[in-house]
Design a protein around this ligand. Structure first.
Ligand code: TYM
Length: 327
């Protein structure tokens, strides 16, 4: 199977990104062909600081490597270094309908609900995402559940293009982890853990120090029941159990059973230890990769060239199909 995923290099990655997308994708690289993209063109659809973006792109590359991306098996590349993404997005933008983009949850949330003024890039965001995936003839896309609608649009655009112009694209499926589809915020378990959350106590960042992790887990919202039970209706406790389970590779039920009568404090202390044990080696490896920026930049350029060769084949085919003259 051919697998693709992408992460926006905005702020710092958190455990939701790790469990929802990074870990499941990396687990597939043993047996499948995998492409992992740094979605820097998506990152500029909202206001950002240019000098910081450069750093975050490198940090994201270092994070991919630290989390186990094996460049013998996986292509890890930078979206903006492969111009075919922008070109195919333009073509697909002529296939997509305004109404379908207006129905996208993230756009609707910002514009219709919050009344924000957004960039045209943000409106077109899902079309670029469709181009990302369709260029590589991908079968499965490991993502969190928040990206499901984008995958549905990707399939709809591919289907329409194939029907109107001929078979150019494979229809990709989302691969959504049952356990990690949506890791919730620690400060408010009714909303997802998010990089853009205003309260840093919402998320556990991959770069958080042991102290920060301890403080955030201590402050995590639970409920007034003293026992630990694996009840999805107890959103706060269930979210912590999910994180504990994913960090320690144990089942939710066995953890709930062990901590049932030990009190929330002991449960949170041991969860803190599990998260620190997971993140300590990753953090050390990120630091190591970042220490040699020149090497990292060269690596990204080399990897992006590999992606470019694959992407251009599909782009040329799509251009020919819509009737663009190719000299
Ligand atoms: P981004 O950067 O917002 O998130 C990266 C990945 O992390 C997942 N995720 C979560 N999973 C579980 N629980 C959470 N709380 C949580 N928060 C985030 C996201 O679902 C995503 O899989 N549009 C994409 C980037 C992208 C992309 C692509 C992805 C660009 N092109 C092509 C797949 C294929 C995004 O904003 O991801």
């Amino acid at each position: 199977m051919k697998i693709f995923t992408g992460i926006k290099p905005t702020n710092k990655l958190h455990l939701g990104n790790y469990f929802g997308a990074l870990m499941p994708t990396i687990a597939l690289q043993e047996e499948h062909e995998v492409l992992m993209m740094i979605a820097d063109l998506h990152a500029i659809t909202v206001p950002q600081i240019p000098a910081e973006l450069k750093e975050t792109i490198l940090l994201t590359a270092a994070t991919y490597l630290a989390c186990g991306v094996d460049l013998q098996r996986t292509i890890m590349f930078q979206q903006s270094a492969v111009p075919a993404h922008s070109e195919l997005a333009w073509i697909l933008g002529s296939v997509a309908k305004m109404g379908e983009l207006e129905r996208m949850i993230q756009y609707k949330d910002k514009v219709t609900i919050k009344g924000e003024s957004v960039s045209v890039g943000l409106f077109n965001y899902p079309v670029l995402m469709a181009a990302d995936i369709l260029l590589y003839q991908i079968e499965a896309v490991p993502v969190g559940v928040d990206q499901k609608q984008h995958l549905e649009l990707t399939r709809a655009l591919a289907e329409r293009f194939n029907k109107d112009f001929g078979p150019a694209f494979l229809l990709p499926k989302p691969l959504i982890s049952k356990e990690a589809a949506k890791i919730m915020g620690l400060d408010d378990p009714s909303i997802k853990m998010s990089k853009s959350a205003p309260n840093p106590k919402n998320y556990l960042g991959l770069l958080d120090s042991a102290d920060e992790i301890a403080t955030k887990i201590k402050a995590a919202v639970t409920d007034s029941e003293p026992t630990i039970t694996a009840d999805p209706n107890r959103a706060g406790v269930y979210n912590l159990l999910t994180i504990f389970s994913l960090a320690s590779k144990r089942s939710i039920d066995s953890i709930a059973h062990e901590y049932q009568d030990q009190g929330t404090k002991k449960f949170k202390d041991d969860l803190t230890t599990a998260v620190i044990e997971l993140l300590t080696p990753i953090q050390a490896s990120i630091t190591q990769h970042l220490a040699n920026q020149t090497e990292l930049i060269e690596l990204l350029a080399e990897q992006s060239e590999r992606a470019r060769l694959i992407a251009n084949k599909t782009l040329v085919k799509a251009k020919e199909m819509v009737g663009l003259l190719i000299g």
